[in-house]
Design a protein around this ligand. Structure first.
Ligand code: SAM
Ligand code: SF4
Length: 335
């Protein structure tokens, strides 16, 4: 038996999020600058290397794998990787294979994802207004994403919508987004904007809309019941009693969810970030590339990295400054 991965704070690590590319076909204003310099292709792990990396984590006890990016579905031939990972679902080693996507390529790939054993996906949509959607994503087109959503639902995928709460931008869509999701049987999770990466001239503190405020507004119209349930992620959920719909809140800034953190994140170059909000990372690529037919050094490198997982992050907006800011973009580590 291989010993499971346990960090210094006695948290078992069972959830790996993998960014398979830093590239994206959108340029969301809170995520990227308009002119991004992406990594040279040779720095990226190949699909075979990604497979070996993820399979090693699965062998060490990871039960949930979320594929993200950048936009994971713009990585060339990514379906080969999904099909390959499905063997761990079939063997029972992995409980869940899932992805977070902007939805732009779902019309093309929803059926293939379902066939590879993906059951649930997260799709990021911050607004249902075409003009606002074009503004916040810079390069995105809402109708294309909505066609992708329909394709995902038709393929039998369970969809959760993620919306970043943005002050003065989608505050007025609190109820329309909830109704849109309820009508399609989709859960909705609101995310507080996090201070990650240089985003050009955009103003961090100005973007920040506290979920405490958002929740209070929901309560003006609905009765909310807190749910004890956790999805293995950082979201906390409430149920709207009038409609039965579940709404999630990811509040890394106003709440500390670190004590129950069970996850680590790997970049598309094989750097392992033990905490989304800290700069510390371990580069797993040398152990992988220098020992192509021996997994022991890679396993040892992963264990050593988990042994350095910090207790929590230091994000803080409370002094009207984006404190605790980390220099990399969310698209680097994967949201
Ligand atoms: N491209 C895919 C997508 O947009 O869903 C996957 C990667 S994206 C980095 C993952 C999630 O992170 C998205 O829901 C996005 O809205 C969110 N995100 C990106 N930058 C963020 C930031 N600075 N603060 C909070 N959420 C952010
Ligand atoms: Fe691309 Fe996702 Fe970042 Fe938007 S949030 S720019 S879709 S990676």
């Amino acid at each position: 038996m291989t010993a499971p991965l346990i960090d210094p704070f006695a948290r078992p690590i069972s959830y790996l999020r993998v960014s398979v590319t830093d590239r994206c076909d959108f340029r969301c204003v809170y995520c990227m600058a308009e002119n991004m310099t992406f990594l040279p292709k040779k720095d990226l792990l190949t699909l075979e290397e990604l497979d070996r990396m993820c399979s090693t984590f699965v062998r060490l006890g990871v039960r949930k794998l979320r594929i993200t990016g950048g936009e994971p579905l713009v990585r060339r031939d990514i379906m080969t990787f999904f099909r390959s990972m499905s063997r761990h679902l079939e063997s029972g080693a992995l409980d869940e294979l899932t992805l977070t996507t902007n939805g732009s390529q779902l019309e093309r790939f929803a059926g293939d994802l379902a066939a590879a054993g993906v059951k649930r996906i997260n799709v990021s949509i911050d607004t249902l207004d075409e003009e606002k959607f074009a503004r916040v994503t810079r390069w995105g087109r809402l109708p294309q994403v909505l066609r992708g959503l329909d394709a995902a639902l038709a393929a039998g995928l369970k969809v959760k919508i993620n919306a970043v709460a943005l002050k003065g931008f989608n505050e007025d869509e609190l109820f329309t987004l909830a109704e849109f999701c309820a009508a399609r049987g989709m859960d909705l999770t609101w995310i507080e904007v996090m201070p990650m990466g240089d985003i050009g001239n955009e103003d961090r503190v100005g973007q920040y809309w506290s979920l405490k405020d958002l929740r209070a507004r929901l309560e003006e119209r609905f009765t909310l019941t807190d749910l004890a349930e956790r999805s293995g992620g950082p979201a906390r959920y409430v149920r709207i009693e009038e409609t039965g719909q579940k709404i999630g809140f990811i509040t890394p800034l106003s709440h500390n969810f670190c004590e129950s953190c069970n996850r680590v994140r790997m970049t598309c170059t094989g750097q392992l970030y033990m905490c989304l909000g800290q700069e510390d990372m371990a580069d797993l690529r040398p152990a992988l590339r220098n020992h192509p037919s021996d997994d022991a050094p890679l396993e040892a490198a992963i264990r050593a990295a988990i042994g350095l997982k910090p207790e929590g992050h230091d994000f803080d907006y409370s002094r009207q400054r984006a404190d605790g800011q980390v220099s990399r973009h969310m698209s680097h580590t994967g949201g």
